[in-house]
Design a binder for this molecule. Structure first.
Ligand code: HPA
Ligand code: ZN
Length: 335
């Protein structure tokens, strides 16, 4: 059954809605870019770097994640990074992907905003031509930085309005509630950006309420702590708000101590529009298919669960209705 299930998952057309492009930086590429750019990584080898990926919480991951992105300097680096992810995504039958990027992690090191978006955009466009994979780009604000910093990066994003579908909120959740960014999200939405936010990963259910009510978030990234608040579950279920769940991430960051205790199945069975995503696949031990397979085995998910998860992702994607119907039909003919 497990093999049949893996094959079923591998072949299923999927959308990925929660993927930080900087979190797809594999150690091999990190070292290659470090060499190309004359940057020194504080690890002697690929294996030593990989060995450092033992996280005890979100912050211990973020410290290494920001260090890793220091090798990304030129436009070509962002191209190569994005291309590598898209090749893997295509191999895993991801037919649509919505990619987060963290420009403040780069502009703070002197990398021009234009080089970041141009490199990523070129790879997305080449992948659509070569693989037929469609995509959207979502700019995240780093929530550990202040509102002014977020407003300044929004000024930059407005110059590339056509290339960026929406804004998100990531980085250190605890102590940085969504309300801190109410004004910048309002300004982004007024400019036509869609809105999403990480909430309820480590932070409390109140942060999910704030993301919905103060930021106007249309999707919640993670949202696994929603289950602690019955009124919130009712609200999210009634609105069919997409929750972009990342099971392997949650286990690696010790949000749950064992994948068998992951609430994904409970979320689905509570009427929540949960999806499966990889978050930072180079750091958390798998891309989207590994997330599906490991969760399916641990939680004894059925093909009906898998079909629902895949449908939820197409339903939550920021794409025109006609494209959505095409993708859903593709899924229907598969399942
Ligand atoms: N949570 C918050 N910030 C992040 C994450 C995450 O899972 N991945 C990359 N930045
Ligand atoms: Zn994330």
């Amino acid at each position: 059954m497990a093999d049949g299930l893996s094959d079923f998952i591998a072949g299923m057309p999927k959308a990925e809605l929660h993927l930080h492009i900087e979190g797809s930086l594999e150690p091999e590429l990190a070292f290659a870019l470090a060499r190309r750019n004359g940057v020194r990584l504080p690890y002697p080898s690929v294996d030593a770097l990989r060995a450092a990926y033992a996280f005890k919480n979100l912050q211990s991951f973020l410290d290494i994640y920001y260090q890793g992105m220091s090798v990304l300097i030129r436009e070509d680096d962002f191209y190569d990074l994005t291309w590598a992810y898209l090749e893997t995504a295509h191999r895993q039958n991801v037919v649509h992907t919505e990619i987060f990027f963290d420009p403040q992690g780069h502009t703070s090191r002197g990398v021009p905003f234009r080089d970041i978006v141009t490199g990523i955009r070129r790879a997305l466009s080449d992948a659509e031509t070569k693989f037929g994979i469609t995509s959207r780009l979502i700019m995240c604000f780093l929530r550990h930085l202040d509102e002014d910093d977020a407003q300044r990066i929004l000024d930059e994003a407005l110059k590339f309005r056509d290339w960026i579908v929406g804004v998100g909120l990531d980085s250190s959740e605890t102590g940085h509630p969504p309300r801190k960014f109410e004004r910048v999200f309002r300004r982004a939405r007024d400019a036509g950006f869609r809105a999403v936010a990480h909430a309820g990963e480590e932070g409390p259910p109140e942060y999910i309420w704030e993301a919905l009510d103060l930021l106007g978030a249309e999707r919640i990234d993670h949202g696994v702590r929603a289950l602690e608040d019955k009124a919130l579950v009712r609200r999210l279920a009634a609105d069919r708000t997409t929750l972009t769940v990342c099971p392997l991430s949650n286990v690696r960051l010790c949000v749950f101590d064992d994948i068998r205790r992951h609430p994904l199945r409970t979320m689905l069975e509570s009427g929540l529009a949960a999806t499966v995503n990889s978050d930072d696949p180079a750091y958390f031990g798998g891309y989207v298919n590994e997330n599906f397979v490991e969760t399916s085995v641990a939680l004894a998910l059925t093909k009906q669960h898998l079909d629902q998860l895949a449908r939820n992702a197409f339903a939550g994607a920021f794409i025109p209705e006609a494209n959505r119907q095409t993708l859903l039909a593709q899924l229907e003919s598969y399942t």
